[in-house]
Design a protein around this ligand. Structure first.
Ligand SMILES: [Zn+2]
Ligand SMILES: [Zn+2]
Ligand SMILES: [Zn+2]
Ligand SMILES: [Zn+2]
Ligand SMILES: [Zn+2]
Ligand SMILES: [Zn+2]
Ligand SMILES: [Zn+2]
Length: 1795
């Protein structure tokens, strides 16, 4: 049964139900009146009708929908609407819509990939987004916005007043003032009543069916009863079943496709479609048959897919009627959603219905929440959408939903964790809709235990991952997919906490604290996880797992930050949280706090220290509980609290020493790692430390640790604090004044080195503790100050672009760095200087003195880079070349004591011993870094004293006692610390200045820096010498590096290099030939015809790049070749689309559509042919050893003869041999012939008269120069007609059919009086043809084969007669291309050709010129000439017409083949611009002119003012004659009377220029006659100048007035096809004779326009479904569904993605695309290569956003797009891809063929 029959049968049934909807609507009404209407009555109706309409056909194709939508609408949906409305639904619903002003919220649900917009100024958080439509209508489009693409499932927040700080409504959803307050009756009561019943019935039915437990049959009340079973037997036999396939995430597309192929035995295409459906819908019916058959298939599929230990794919056998009902249920949900859109009243009703529950049954919403994971994808999304549209539009319903959702949160999430669908397909994803609404979130926390529920769910999952010590532990190789999914709860926590309350209620406090206590539990489980112990002896056996813990941390850190912010806004909450944290810390002191105490002493201070050896005992980097306390502590002061406040008195709490202990241990471990003591612990530890310090993690790690240590420094007496630290660092020994002496007794190098390093680390940590105060609560700073400090330090490294700077700053919960607020006050934005560079921020000079070289967020590399940059800057500014510490912000009350660390005894003791040991040249523990850091600390102390933020600072006074000043003074002159000379001077000066100010007495006379210089004059001398020596060494090293890099440089900068080369060779060429130039200066050069001027025949030598030997180009010498690349191209094509690839098997000439045709390019690097052969053989051997498919496809494909140029690595696939100028190969007589154009035409026609086909066997037997003509010379002319009888030989392709003609003498005879002149022309050759060396001939043939195989897409065939045609076509096409390119670049025709272009044209033109002579299929050349002549001169109606051919594309092959046809017996003649060539040129030029006359519009011709009309008019009258004649012949409208002949002629001249330019290029390289100076200038290529050079007449009369010209023109116009085309009957657009340069598609300026466009784009192969990777062809503008199975197509036996297939059809093998969602350019080359490039779109900071990660608004950069255009126009795609592949080192190979 097919669809058609089905339809007819249905209509046959219908009469049994007249007005089918009426009776049942009436029945329902009737029952309603009686008050007995129940959902059962609706079901009764559906029971009968649904299977009829929606049952799948047994054995039908399951891929085509067979349902009858019209009947469905009438019978199933209209009935419902009529019942609800009790009248015309359309009318009633419209009325309802009017009462309800349009809903004030949008709630549009996003599909995957839909564009979203967020406003960075107005959004409450980063989840607040707008859909395209709302965005375009909102005020935010003028704000700072971000673009993004949805992962699906979310919805538009437009109209939600809680989502936006300002402007919550777009123009569409703006609340209308009159509708706001007035509570209109939204639904009339009767409608409301009927709607309630209908909704109940519909929802109950859909819920029951979609959540049906899996039994193959239907619920009893939906079974079709026997009696109803249709008497006509139209219903499906009730035993039809379906095999239904469900999706899962564990099987690949590939696996399922293969399974279906085998089991269902369907085609690959159908399999792909099934799988695409399964993927999209979540399930698909793959078979409809008997229960037995379906069950067999089910078990087969399960068997197949359970191989390799996989879980089998889920397959069910379901009754066809069930499928039908479920299908209908989904439709009903869509219908309901539509109905709800009409009225708020409907939505309120809906909410009530779905929330209704009774004693036995839970409500429908609850049912959906708990059974969501059992549904398939589309069933889920249908419900989700309905809930969003029904419940989330109005606040009360939303709140109701939020409460139910929260209530069931635990089970919803547990289901989600066990499920394997993406989060966006789970109802769990609805959390973002409710938890992000601030008032709802607060309500849920306060009254619905939301925080508790979330954390509880998370904790129960975490408990499973705990080890015996109660800490979280993750193992490698243990599947933790469930745990990963559990982490989605953390996002929900973030949403819930995202809005920090401004007003607290008791309920909120209670709810929050109750929840947060679970957070403390979680943090306790993390505190001390992933312990590491220093490895001694042997290395770690395996790297421990560390990533999971950090992943958890990264996800959790925003929640922690938010929880801390919450705590920081309420005194009660803060106190309770602080107490709870202290308690937890007390209960969990970490690793055996119970250890004994050691008494330590230093500088007359004694302390009991906690015993713990970091180098021996386990340490953890995870201390979230300690850090949480630090986070709380900074809020204490604003509520008048401190550690010792009464609120914390009577609770068990750790001492300050115990508090800082874990953090201190971690820092000692880090110091030891830096000192090289943990080398054996492997990379796992290094990675952890990296992230600990990295911008992603440090906010809740490093930063908090420092605060905690600062708390310690403030709470513990300074001397004790330092002794604790020294003890933990194990440096008390070092601090002993006798250390140096003791060390001599134990001269262990290794431990001394470690000690030095640990001291440096210790001092570094001190600097951080004392100096890093830009944390609100520690220093008196604001949040902005903190960001400013980060930015200043980043910009002190170097100027940074916007994105680089953003990346270096920590992001807050909303993924913002806060940079925008402050950046303009700190830095100046420097616009990008050129199109490619990006703009950067440069720090304003006044901020440089805030630079702190030991800034704690610097990596070691950044530290040294910034120091270097700053020293350089200072040197340039003539300042002291050092970076003294910056002044510090004042500390808050709670931390002010901390400053005392700088002046306490232990500190001064440390300063003293470091200074002393620096002076003592024998001290082994000295290091420059120690001194530097100590000076830095002293500098801090001096600043502090100077500022007097803390009253107790009397550093200078105390330091005097320790003799610090004297020590510094002594050091200033020490040669040992040369590097810090300036810093010492600064410290000393500062010291004296501060001391003077505070004590009023100068302690010593100020020291001058000069003083030291006098003293150390000799030292300076020494230093100078030493520097000179170092410089010399450095130079030598650089030289060596340079040499090594030279080769690389050559490769990398090949183009640059080449450009300079080309420039120099160009000039040398000019100077070398200045003689010739000056000689011929008087006469302007003429390249063609009788007036030909002197040729420039210079012998040139080249150096082989492989063997480095010089070699002169000679026809008989060893051949030189250039690496070259031939590619099929459509770049010039004038027509694109389906019929571009027309039958190109007869490539006699280049068609007027310009392609596809082979393009030839070269990099111009010269090699010996034998050197190249050796090189190529080597590559072949190497490639064959390469493991098959081991990694990326290599950048070139040897199977396609590809290789890389050995010098510049340019992609190549053939070689172009070098030939001497053709003129030197054969001398021609200088006698000027007087053969007229007419006579010559006559000669050609005589030859054509005798044109005959050659028998196939004759052709085969023909070998070398023994042309058929030579044989036929023996025969009389009459006999010839008998030769061609091979017409019916099917073996020969029509294009390979050969022709021959009469001997040349015959033409001479028939020409009569002109015969003599003709013979003179054709036998003007006086020398025999040159003999080419064998390997030169081989190379010529090699190239020809390349053009042949690429041009036709065929295998090589040496003997094929079409070989020369493709070489000629490539020549014509390449010249066209270069002419285009020059035109586009506005470069002169000659003089500025790039080296590549120059080389390419010169070699190519000479090669094709000599090809007829070196190719052995001589008769084929004659045949080609004959065919071409036949087309041009006979122009018979069965052949191509004037409009079919490109004039230049005929000129090239005709010029090159004609000498072979019209040759004398004695010698072959190389075409070098003789009279014949001129006549060919003239004919085709005329052809071009006639074409213009036919296709161009001359009516707009405007006469330039300065031309003397009267006189000029008569000289151009012939143009009008010809124009009129031609247009009349072609049946076109005649030019109007007032058409100005002068204007027509001018227009004609102008339009002829491109053709003439091509000819000029061609004949220049063919004849080697230098181009006149005028053609080397821009704009010098006027019609006259070109004609002069080409030997063509310049006036209109000369060109057109002769009758032969007119005859020829009329003959062309009389061709049937010409008239056909011009009449517009042909669908093919006319190709213009002078086409404009092809451009890439024009792109919108604003990138969001593109994104919005593709959001509408649907996959062409699946019904209106959106495409995941919409990709635009930049050549033709077509949008494609890329990288998706749905759009794969077979190409040469394998399936390729839509883009790759398009590359084949649109670009003939190379194409250029824009991946719109990724915002990147894609280049592809068939069959499997490609690369990505930066897009031509820039944000306001001049940066691209490949991948669209940042989301800043983007604008088109025309310069970049132009570059891309030129890349395409110059045929650079293949090369670009090869270079990208060559330089790529990514391990993951992109499957380019699937894009
Ligand atoms: Zn919207
Ligand atoms: Zn809106
Ligand atoms: Zn805004
Ligand atoms: Zn060589
Ligand atoms: Zn090269
Ligand atoms: Zn598709
Ligand atoms: Zn295209």
């Amino acid at each position: 049964m097919d669809r058609n029959i089905c339809y007819i049968d249905m209509t046959a049934v219908l009469p049994k139900f007249p007005n089918s909807f009426r009776p049942c609507v009436d029945t329902w009404m009737e029952k309603l009146e009686k008050g007995i209407l129940s959902p059962t009555h609706f079901k009764d109706h559906w029971r009968v009708w649904v299977p009829k309409i929606y049952s799948p056909e047994p054995n039908g194709s399951c891929l085509e929908s067979t349902s009858d939508e019209e009947t469905a609408k009438e019978v199933l949906f209209d009935t419902l609407e009529r019942f609800i409305c009790n009248g015309d639904p359309q009318e009633v619903l419209n009325r309802l819509s009017k009462i309800n002003s349009p809903p004030s919220v949008c709630c549009r649900v996003f599909k995957v990939g839909d564009p979203t917009y967020s406003c960075r100024e107005c959004g409450m958080d980063s989840t607040c987004v707008l859909c395209v439509d709302c965005f375009k209508q909102s005020a935010h489009r003028y704000h700072k916005y971000k673009m993004g693409t949805s992962v699906g499932g979310g919805c538009c927040d437009c109209g939600d007043t809680e989502a936006w700080k300002t402007e919550p409504f777009c123009d569409i959803h703006a609340v209308k003032p009159e509708a706001t307050e007035e509570q209109v009756k939204l639904l009339p009561d009767d409608i409301s009543e009927r709607a309630r019943i209908t909704f109940t019935a519909v929802l109950k039915y859909t819920y029951d069916l979609l959540t049906m437990e899996h039994s193959p049959g239907l619920p009893a009340d939906l079974c079709v009863k026997e009696v109803e079973n249709d008497p006509l037997g139209l219903l499906d036999p009730s035993d039809t079943y379906c095999t239904v396939l469900f999706n899962d995430e564990s099987h690949t597309f590939e696996q399922v496709i293969n399974t279906l192929n085998r089991v269902i035995k369907c085609s690959q295409k159908d399999s792909i479609e099934f799988v695409t459906n399964v993927d999209r819908e979540g399930r698909a019916v793959v078979k409809c048959s008997t229960f037995k058959h379906c069950s067999e298939l089910k078990s087969d599929i399960e068997k197949f897919t359970s191989r390799h230990g996989n879980r089998p794919l889920k397959v069910l056998v379901v009754h066809a009627h069930v499928i039908a009902h479920q299908f209908y249920a989904l439709k009903l949900l869509e219908w309901l959603q539509k109905i709800l859109g009409h009225s708020e009243g409907f939505r309120a009703l809906f909410s009530q219905v779905v929330l209704q529950s009774n004693s036995q049954d839970a409500s429908i919403v609850e049912g959906i929440l708990t059974r969501d994971s059992q549904l398939w994808k589309s069933a889920r999304t249908h419900w989700h959408r309905l809930i969003i549209h029904g419940m989330l539009m109005e606040y009360e319903s939303k709140k109701a939903f939020a409460q139910v959702f929260t209530k069931h949160y635990g089970s919803v999430l547990k289901d989600f964790m066990r499920d394997d669908h993406d989060h966006s397909f789970s109802i769990a994803s609805m959390s973002v809709q409710v938890f992000t609404v601030p008032t709802l979130a607060h309500h849920l926390i306060a009254y619905d235990d939301a925080l508790f529920k979330l954390l509880n769910t998370l904790m129960s999952e975490c408990s499973r991952k705990c080890n015996s010590a109660g800490k979280l532990e993750f193992e490698r190789n243990v599947p933790n997919g469930t745990f990963k999914r559990a982490l989605y709860i953390i996002y929900d926590l973030r949403y819930l906490l995202s809005s920090v309350p401004t007003v607290w209620t008791d309920a909120l406090r209670k709810g929050f604290l109750q929840g947060i206590s679970w957070l403390f539990d979680l943090l306790t489980k993390m505190q001390g996880m992933d312990l590491v112990t220093r490895q001694v002896g042997q290395h770690m056996e395996y790297e421990p797992e560390w990533e999971s813990a950090f992943n958890l941390h990264i996800k959790l850190s925003h929640v922690i930050t938010l929880a801390l912010e919450w705590c920081g806004t309420d005194r009660v909450v803060l106190i309770k949280a602080y107490r709870a944290t202290l308690k937890k810390l007390y209960e969990n002191p970490g690793i055996d706090m119970a250890h004994g105490l050691d008494v330590r002493e230093l500088a007359d201070h004694t302390v009991s220290c906690l015993q713990y050896d970091v180098s021996l005992q386990p340490i953890s980097i995870h201390l979230p509980l300690s850090r949480f306390l630090a986070g709380l502590h900074v809020h204490m002061e604003k509520f008048g609290l401190n550690f010792c406040s009464s609120e914390f008195q009577n609770i068990p709490k750790p001492t300050p020493e115990q508090l800082i202990e874990p953090v201190l241990r971690t820092h000692v471990m880090i110091a030891q790692v830096h000192a090289g003591m943990w080398r054996r612990n492997g990379y796992s530890l290094l990675n952890q430390l990296y992230f600990y310090h990295n911008v992603k993690c440090r906010s809740e790690m490093l930063d908090r640790d420092i605060v905690l240590l600062q708390i310690g420094a403030a709470l513990i007496e300074s001397n004790e604090f330092l002794i604790h630290m020294l003890n933990k660092f194990n440096l008390l020994n070092w601090a002993n004044p006798l250390f140096e002496q003791n060390a001599l007794k134990n001269p262990e190098e290794d431990s001394m080195r470690q000690t030095i390093s640990l001291v440096e680390e210790f001092l570094g940590l001190l600097i951080v503790i004392v100096g890093e105060r830009h944390v609100p609560g520690v220093g008196q700073v604001t949040h902005d100050d903190r960001i400013k400090k980060e930015i200043i330090h980043q910009l002190c490294i170097k100027p940074l672009s916007h994105s680089e700077l953003n990346k270096a700053l920590p992001e807050d919960v909303n993924r913002e760095t806060g940079m925008e607020h402050v950046i303009d006050s700190l830095a100046d934005f420097k616009q990008p200087s050129k199109g490619s560079a990006k703009g950067v921020y440069e720090l304003k000079s006044e901020f440089y003195d805030q630079y702190n070289v030991f800034f704690y967020h610097y990596s070691r590399e950044e530290m040294s880079k910034s120091e270097e940059a700053q020293r350089k800057r200072k040197k340039a500014a003539g300042e002291l070349e050092c970076c003294p510490p910056p002044t510090l912000p004042p500390l808050t009350e709670a931390f002010v004591v901390m400053a005392n660390v700088l002046q306490c005894d232990v500190m001064l003791h440390i300063v003293q011993i470091v200074l002393e040991r620096s002076i003592n040249l024998r001290a082994r523990s000295f290091s420059e870094a120690q001194l530097h850091k100590v000076l830095h600390l002293v500098g801090f102390a001096l600043h502090e004293e100077e500022k007097q933020h803390c009253q107790f600072m009397r550093f200078t006074e105390r330091a005097e006692k320790w003799g610090i000043e004297k020590l510094i003074e002594e050091l200033v002159s020490s040669a040992r610390v040369e590097a810090h000379k300036h810093l010492l001077a600064w410290v000393l000066a500062k010291f004296r200045q501060v001391a003077l100010k505070n004590h009023g007495v100068p302690i010593n006379k100020p020291i001058e820096v000069q003083e030291t210089s006098v003293q150390s004059e000799t030292a300076a001398q020494e230093e100078k010498e030493w520097r000179a020596k170092m410089a010399a060494q450095k130079r030598a090293k650089i030289m060596a590096q340079m040499t090594a890099m030279q080769k690389n440089f050559m490769k990398e900068n090949a183009k640059l290099f080449e450009a300079t080369l080309s420039l120099s060779s160009q000039t040398s060429k000019l100077t070398g030939s200045s003689m010739d130039l000056s000689e011929s200066y008087e006469e302007t050069p003429v390249a063609v015809g009788a007036g030909q001027t002197a040729k420039l025949n210079v012998e040139r030598a080249y150096t082989c790049i492989l063997c480095q030997e010089d070699q002169t180009v000679r026809e008989d010498g060893p051949a030189l070749v250039l690496a070259a690349f031939v590619q099929q191209s459509t770049v010039l094509c004038q027509r694109r689309g389906g019929d571009v690839v027309e039958d190109a098997s007869d490539p006699l000439f280049l068609p007027a559509t310009l392609g596809p045709a082979p393009y030839t390019g070269t990099c111009g690097h010269v090699m010996h042919s034998h050197c190249w052969q050796k090189y190529f053989d080597n590559i072949l051997a190497k490639e064959s050893r390469r493991p098959y498919r081991s990694r990326q496809p290599s950048s070139f494909d040897v199977e396609k003869q590809e290789f890389l140029c050995p010098l510049c690595e340019c992609l190549s696939n053939t070689v172009l041999p070098l030939l001497p100028p053709l003129g030197t190969l054969q001398t021609t007589s200088s006698a000027v012939s007087t053969l007229t154009f007419e006579a010559w035409l006559q000669a050609v026609k005589i030859a054509l008269k005798y044109k005959r086909k050659i028998q196939s066997n004759t052709k085969k037997s023909q070998g070398k120069r023994s042309s058929p003509r030579l044989q036929s010379r023996d025969k009389s002319v009459e006999d010839i007609s008998d030769v061609g009888v091979s017409e019916s030989n099917p073996e020969i392709h029509s294009a390979e059919q050969l022709f021959y003609t009469c001997p040349i003498d015959q033409i001479g005879i028939e020409l009569g009086e002109n015969g003599q002149k003709f013979m003179e022309v054709v036998s003007s050759t006086v020398a025999p043809p040159p003999v080419l060396s064998a390997n030169l001939s081989d190379m010529i043939l090699l190239y020809s084969q390349a053009a042949y195989t690429k041009g036709l897409g065929v295998h090589p065939h040496v003997e094929n007669s079409r070989v020369p045609l493709l070489a000629w076509e490539s020549c014509a096409y390449t010249i066209h291309s270069i002419e285009y390119l020059l035109r586009e670049l506005r470069k002169p025709l000659f003089g500025e050709l790039s080296c590549r272009q120059q080389d390419c044209l010169e070699r190519l033109v000479r090669l094709v010129g000599i090809l007829p002579m070196s190719w052995n299929q001589y008769n084929a050349i004659i045949s080609h000439a004959l065919r071409l002549c036949s087309i041009v001169f006979d122009n018979s109606s069965d052949g191509p017409c004037l409009l079919d051919w490109d004039s230049f594309g005929v000129l090239v092959p005709l010029t090159l083949s004609l000498p072979s046809l019209l040759e004398s017996e004695q010698a072959l003649h190389i075409p070098t611009g003789g009279l014949q060539e001129l006549y060919v040129l003239k004919v085709l030029f005329l052809g071009n002119v006639v074409k213009m006359m036919l296709t161009c519009d001359f009516s707009q011709g405007i006469l330039p003012m300065d031309i003397d009309g009267e006189e000029a008019q008569c000289s151009v009258s012939s143009v009008m004659d010809l124009l009129a004649a031609v247009r009349k012949e072609a049946g076109l409208s005649m030019p109007s009377e007032d058409t100005n002949a002068q204007a027509v002629w001018l227009q004609m001249k102008e339009m002829s220029i491109p053709f003439l330019r091509c000819c000029a290029l061609f004949f220049h390289f063919l004849t080697s006659i230098p181009a006149p100076a005028c053609l080397m200038e821009v704009g010098g290529d006027t019609y006259e100048n070109l004609c002069n050079y080409l030997g063509l007449p310049t006036t209109c009369e000369e060109l057109m007035s002769s009758h032969v010209v007119k005859d020829l023109a009329l003959q062309w116009c009389s061709h049937e096809k010409v008239k056909h085309c011009l009449s517009g009957a042909s669908s093919i657009a006319l190709a213009r004779p002078t086409p404009a340069v092809n451009q890439l598609v024009s792109l919108p300026m604003d990138y969001s326009e593109l994104i919005n466009t593709v959001s509408m784009f649907t996959c062409p192969n699946s019904d209106h479904d959106d495409s995941r990777n919409p990709t635009m062809c930049l050549v033709c503008g077509e949008m494609l569904c890329s990288q998706s199975y749905c759009c794969q197509t077979e190409l040469n036996g394998s399936f390729v993605g839509a883009c790759m297939y398009h590359t084949h059809t649109c670009g003939a093998g190379a194409c250029i695309f824009l991946r719109v969602r990724e915002c990147e350019v894609l280049l592809l080359a068939t069959p499997n290569r490609g690369c990505f490039m930066l897009p031509p779109y820039l944000d306001q900071y001049g940066e691209t956003d490949q991948g669209l990660h940042r989301g800043n608004p983007l604008r088109l950069c025309p310069e970049r797009y132009k570059k891309l255009h030129l890349l395409w126009l110059s045929h650079g795609i293949h090369e670009e891809i090869a270079r990208a592949l060559e330089s790529s080192n990514s391990i993951l190979a992109t499957q380019w063929q699937h894009l």
